[in-house]
Ligand binder design. Structure first.
Ligand SMILES: [Zn+2]
Length: 257
């Protein structure tokens, strides 16, 4: 089950669970909440789900020449239930139900749910602007470092890590955790972060998120929402809103320089 802040690791886990439940099957679509009907997802009813792609925090369900695009934002979640099981949220708040042979996948909430032609995915403004997925098996870290170098160098590191156009998939949790793992102060402007440090931070984000996928929600965080002194140096762990969106960053003032 997933909810709260959906970052790339959570999305990848959801993708595996959804794929296990539904791929290769003819899907019965239901839209208990009007939001799903407005998205036109009934057009997918009876089609075969051929695969699911995760890109950053986006999920793309491949229905042949049509694609279902879902983004969960801060509030959305995908749940998978055995047929006839009790749901953990009211049916009226389900935007879409994708019914497979034995299980139902249900999206509750989230900013994006829409159907688009497969031919449009590559040129869609919302999707084409995304940077390389931090969890992509063939990630080219040098290319990601280059995209950070091409960005406004007065931006702080913690703020830039959330920019999905530079790299897709890092959210508020792993922004903080990756900087801690790399011992780099997230408040430094990019102009004062070396290529080597950037590479280490991105490496940390990727490794930690892949670990979190394996841990299946039992992953423990070092600084994110951490109470008390730093587990590494006993220095003070601070938190403060960062960037235009004022997203809270957690960091150790002593061992992240
Ligand atoms: Zn510390």
């Amino acid at each position: 089950m997933m909810g709260g802040m959906a970052e790339g690791d959570t999305i990848l886990r959801a993708k595996h669970r959804l794929a296990d439940a539904l791929v290769g099957q003819s899907i019965a679509v239901a839209t208990p909440n009007p939001r799903g009907r407005a998205a036109g997802v009934e057009r997918l009813d009876g089609r075969t789900l051929e695969g699911i792609d995760a890109h950053g925090k986006h999920l793309l369900f491949d229905f042949g020449d049509l694609v279902l695009h879902s983004h969960l934002g801060m509030s959305g979640g995908w749940h998978v239930y055995p047929r006839a099981a009790r749901w953990r949220r009211p049916r009226s708040s389900a935007w879409v139900v994708l019914g497979g042979e034995r299980q139902d996948a249900v999206q509750f909430g989230g900013p994006t749910l829409r159907v688009l032609p497969a031919s449009r995915v590559a040129i869609d403004p919302q999707l084409a602007r995304l940077g390389p997925d931090i969890l992509a098996p063939d990630l080219d870290l040098d290319a990601v470092v280059a995209s950070f170098r091409a960005a406004d160098q007065s931006r702080t590191l913690g703020d830039a890590l959330l920019d999905q156009r530079l790299t897709a998939g890092i959210g508020n949790i792993f922004k903080s955790e990756a900087c801690f793992g790399a011992r780099v102060d997230p408040w430094r402007p990019l102009s004062q972060v070396t290529d080597e440090e950037l590479r280490t931070v991105l490496d940390q984000a990727r490794a930690q998120m892949l670990n979190a996928v394996k841990a299946g929600g039992r992953h423990r965080f070092a600084v994110y929402k951490h109470r008390g002194p730093c587990g590494r140096c006993r220095g003070p762990v601070r938190h403060r809103g960062q960037g235009d969106a004022n997203r809270t960053t957690w960091w150790c003032e002593r061992c992240q320089v």
